[in-house]
Design a protein around this ligand. Sequence first.
Ligand code: APR
Length: 179
Amino acid sequence: MVVQFGKCRLEIVQGDITQQKVDAIVNAANSALAGGGGVDGALHRAAGPTLMNETRALYPEGCPTGSAVATTAGRLNAKYVFHTVGPVWKGGTSGEPDQLASCYQTCLELAREHSCQSVAFPAVSTGVYGYPIDLAASSSLKIVRRFLIDHQTPELVRFVLFGEGAYGAFARVLESMTE
Ligand code: APR
């Protein structure tokens, strides 16, 4: 499903984020940038050791929740990986919505700084970190839509959702944005 905001395209697809051919792929990392399972494990495996070598050398103190840091992309079909750290879901009253929005905002600012015209995001925080998928879909799409309308860059933002449930949740929110 695709929605156009001016000259920018916001797209949702069901698939594997490691297979995307875009300027930047976003990783759902942890604050130690220590690697893990889910998206993090899959991206490190597909990219090779470059990601870990660079995060260790460039960001030895890790990355705070709600922020993001950039590395090159090793063997992935991308120029950069933006490692963002989503909030752990604690019921929604500990600042999780703002922190999740800040992940997307920071990644889109990194895309602008690095002249990236296409960015692929996973549904940050909705796996190990337990963020309810419907709430994540709503917050994530809202902040990305706002950024695209305000800045008219990057040309393409693609959410790569891992299963039918996640795709359905994002599709329902995106549909409501076109009404
Ligand atoms: N492609 C696209 N989406 C994926 C893939 C993949 N290859 N693998 C998993 N997902 C989906 C999950 O189904 C979930 O909806 O990405 C979403 C995010 O899940 P996680 O990767 O678990 O990320 P998160 O919830 O942000 O937790 C981060 O998990 O792996 C550790 O080191 C990581 O500690 C950090 C934590």
